[in-house]
Ligand binder design. Structure first.
Ligand code: NAD
Length: 359
């Protein structure tokens, strides 16, 4: 019996292979899914003349949950980013990036168990930019120079950082709610309010106001550069970290690197009404169609989706099965092997079968 309708976007490159693997694992949990397969990216461009067709967005809105494979972004003008389009169209303001060590994955760090919550829609990625030498840039610079004691060079390029009270409040509330629901003990607010006193200052102030409403969860704050050093030196002192967009982009990749990188890093993009889960890796075109892509990151994204749906037990089974297969090490894809030898490695389907056997 299907308990959940989910929009499945296989994507392109290795996307369809890792999406198929994930569908098979999630079906094997017995939770019960009805998959609505929809296109985005190049496959959608070919069929509908649009990389992000309204039909795909409508399906996610209706089902409220999506699972997405990676999508190739062709280099060149005129091709809008599907990921940015999804985020903006669906209001996916929270980017959830857990980083948990898996025994058997080669890394420099052990026993890492962190969660990064990144603001996904504003900050330095507001998309408001003025190119050097343009009349718009000249006008903006003129307006700034009329008000600011520090003049801006007339040939500067300008990117606007936007931090709003509402954007800050909802991301920090998301972080504390997630902490509460998932047994996390401490939230660290990450910022650079010592330098950007108004924008990051606002984020910090709002974050502290929100934190005061969650007395059951410990909180502190760190300046982002110091945070990076502390993650290298004493990561065990941290639990869940919440931060504006640009810092979250960088720190979440730092933490992904600490636990083994692209092949094992899941993510969720979550809004008020809908959520889309996806691996952080790209479409790895050179491995496409060869049955050699590592499906773990997308399967773990499926486990994050299970948690979002409240299916904690099934999520734990999936995470444990993936960890077991990686720890055992004999049926894993090339990238999880020390010798990275595709000839000795398991294929995508073989590794998936092994995960399903252990569920
Ligand atoms: P990539 O993540 O596709 O590949 C980086 C490296 O990691 C490559 O060596 C690749 O072969 C390897 N790799 C990645 N995932 C793997 C997996 N599951 N199993 C085995 N090996 C894996 O990054 P890239 O090469 O910079 O980008 C390729 C395309 O993907 C670009 O068009 C980029 O825009 C797009 N991209 C999409 C997303 C997304 O849809 N969310 C994310 C990142 C990149």
């Amino acid at each position: 019996m299907a308990n959940y309708n989910v929009t499945l976007i296989p994507g392109d490159g290795i996307g369809p292979e890792v999406a198929e693997a994930t569908r098979a694992v999630l079906d094997a949990t017995g939770v019960g899914f009805n998959w609505e397969v929809r296109d985005a990216g190049m496959t959608a461009q070919e069929k509908y003349g649009d990389v992000l067709p309204e039909e795909t967005l409508a399906s996610i809105r209706k089902n409220t949950v999506g699972l997405k494979g990676p999508i190739t972004t062709p280099i060149g003008a005129g091709f809008r980013s599907v990921n940015v389009g999804l985020r903006q169209s669906l209001g996916l303001y929270a980017n959830l990036r857990p980083g948990k060590s898996i025994e058997g994955v080669q890394t420099r760090f052990e026993d890492i168990d962190l969660v990064i919550v990144r603001e996904n829609m504003e900050g330095m990625y507001s998309g408001i930019e003025f190119d050097t030498g343009t009349p718009d840039a000249a006008e903006v610079i003129g307006a700034i120079n009329a008000r600011s004691k520090k003049p801006v060079a007339t040939d500067a390029a300008i990117s606007i950082k936007v931090i709003t009270p509402e954007g800050s409040r909802r991301i920090v509330e998301f972080a504390f709610e997630y902490a509460r629901a998932n047994g996390r003990k401490k939230v660290t607010i990450v910022h650079k309010a010592n330098i950007m006193k108004f924008s990051d200052g606002l984020f910090l102030r709002i974050a502290q106001e929100v934190a005061a409403r969650y007395p059951d969860i410990e909180h502190n704050d760190r300046i982002v550069d110091n945070m990076c050093m502390q993650l290298m030196q004493k990561p065990d002192e941290y639990d869940l970290l919440v931060m504006p967009n640009l810092y979250g982009d960088i720190v979440s990749d730092l933490v992904a690197g600490m636990v083994g990188g692209l092949g094992v890093a899941p993510s969720g993009n979550i809004g008020k009404d809908v959520a889309v889960f996806e691996p952080i890796h790209g479409s790895a075109p050179s491995h496409a169609g060869k049955n050699e892509a590592n499906p773990a990151a997308m399967i773990l994204s499926g486990a994050l989706m299970l948690r979002h749906l409240g299916e904690q037990a099934a999520a734990e089974r999936v995470e444990r099965a993936v960890a077991d297969v990686i720890r055992t090490g004999d049926r894993v894809t090339y990238d999880l092997r020390a010798d990275r030898d595709p000839a000795k490695a398991a294929g995508t389907t073989e590794m998936t079968k092994s995960i399903i056997e252990r569920l």
